[in-house]
Design a protein around this ligand. Structure first.
Ligand code: ADP
Ligand code: MG
Length: 392
């Protein structure tokens, strides 16, 4: 689960990390009022969307006067902000953060992220933080340092010394940096985060560190333990079809491929995606209809998947354990009637009442329904249909 910059900064502040004074605004009037209440005479107006790279897309702007705050706020609110991290048509800016502009002498990069391959927490630091960190990583890997922390051992002095040595900080700055790192690690562990990225972490002209940007993401499977984090969820930032699926108790994640999948059970859904990949295709989604799959939830699954314009074929792979295959077949036939299926559907039903289910589907004699018995054959056929359609 992701949160906004202003929310992440509130957490940083709570743990004693310096952040610039700032206020949230939903209108240009509120933006003006916020600026009046803040210190200084220069402000930074920052679009609050769940995506980075805002500076490059026009979502971070400096205002040198109160009237500029008002006009920038007017332009920014409601705009569709396109950054390298947003969907192609951007994300609508519904709120902005008005922040005191700081006097920056240096921008560095610091992040903590879960490293699945190494099975530990990876601290990544760069001497050159700011808006072009991706290029730095590509062109100047020597400016980037990675230190892995085994969560069983925790963050120790040797990890911190390693990073301080890399930055070649003075003694005074080393102490300050060390405090920040310890606090970030504490947030990471105590809140079950899987990413904390401070880019940039800046040094001001007075040699103080400030977190000028903050990105935080939390483990979806652990967030139930943190009601204060759950309260920060912003439904406007979620993929609408994923929210809708959740309401119907479907576990749906939209992906970029063209073969839609309807499967029961998360493990089987993952395996189905692997098999589609193996057959040379790409899944358009992950979808687990769950153990309580019924005709209505299957119909809902079709509705959500068919709304995705990328989908060129659908592979239904159901293993009937508690779920009865004939009920699923009923759901498929209902959906077929409702949506006048133009998209080829490949169906593999195995387990409880699968023979009855197959008979129901076959005798319906619907043009676009293809019943298969074997998983690999099914995946190959679904991929074949998806690719054929792509060529048209
Ligand atoms: P993003 O990473 O989404 O582009 P940032 O919050 O990192 O957005 O802002 C982009 C750049 O704008 C920063 O690298 C920094 O140079 C500048 N900036 C952001 N906030 C402030 C601020 N409060 N004072 C001065 N400069 C700022
Ligand atoms: Mg940034």
């Amino acid at each position: 689960m992701n949160i906004h910059e202003y929310q992440a900064k509130a957490i940083l502040k709570e743990f004693g990390i310096n952040v610039a004074g700032g206020k949230l605004a939903y209108s240009s009037d509120e933006a003006l009022q916020a600026a009046k209440e803040l210190k200084g005479d220069k402000f930074v107006i920052k679009a609050q969307i769940h995506a980075g790279g805002r500076g490059l897309g026009g979502g971070v702007k400096i205002a040198k006067s109160l009237s500029e705050v008002e006009s920038i706020a007017k332009d920014m609110l409601g705009m569709s902000l396109i950054t390298p991290q947003t969907p192609k048509n951007g994300k609508v800016v519904r709120k902005i953060y008005i922040e005191e502009a700081l006097d920056i002498s240096k921008e560095i990069y610091l992040s903590l992220a879960f490293d699945r391959k190494e099975e530990n927490i990876s601290i990544i630091a760069s001497k050159e933080g700011g808006m072009s960190i991706e290029e730095t990583a590509k062109d100047h890997p020597e400016l980037i340092k990675k230190v892995n922390v085994d969560p069983q051992i925790g963050l120790r002095d040797f990890h911190i010394l390693n990073l301080i040595g890399f930055f070649e900080f003075s003694k005074e700055l080393s102490l300050k940096f060390s405090e920040i790192l310890k606090k970030l690690y504490q947030i990471y562990i105590s809140k079950d985060a899987n990413l904390i990225e401070i880019n940039p972490l800046v040094l001001t002209s007075k040699d103080e560190f400030y977190a000028l940007d903050a990105k935080m993401s939390f483990d979806d499977s652990a967030v139930f333990r943190h009601s204060e984090i759950l309260a920060l969820k912003d439904d406007d930032e979620e993929e609408p079809s994923e929210l809708e699926a959740k309401k119907s108790r479907l576990n749906y994640v939209k992906l970029e491929g063209n073969v839609g999948c309807i499967v029961n059970g998360a493990g089987l859904a993952m395996a189905t995606m692997d098999i589609i990949q193996n057959a040379g295709g790409k899944s358009a989604n992950f979808l687990d209809v769950g153990g309580s799959a019924n005709p209505a939830s299957v119909a809902k699954a079709f509705e959500i998947i068919l709304r995705d314009k990328n989908v060129k074929s659908i592979f239904v792979n159901i293993f009937g354990g508690i779920v009865r295959c004939d009920r699923i077949a009923g759901g498929i036939l209902e959906a077929a009637k409702e949506f006048e299926l133009k998209t080829p559907i490949v169906i593999r039903l195995q387990g409880t009442n699968s023979t009855e289910a197959m008979d129901m589907l076959k005798s319906a004699e619907l043009k676009n329904l293809h019943v298969v018995e074997n998983l690999l054959d099914g995946a190959r056929l679904a991929v074949k249909f998806a690719n054929e359609k792509d060529l048209i």
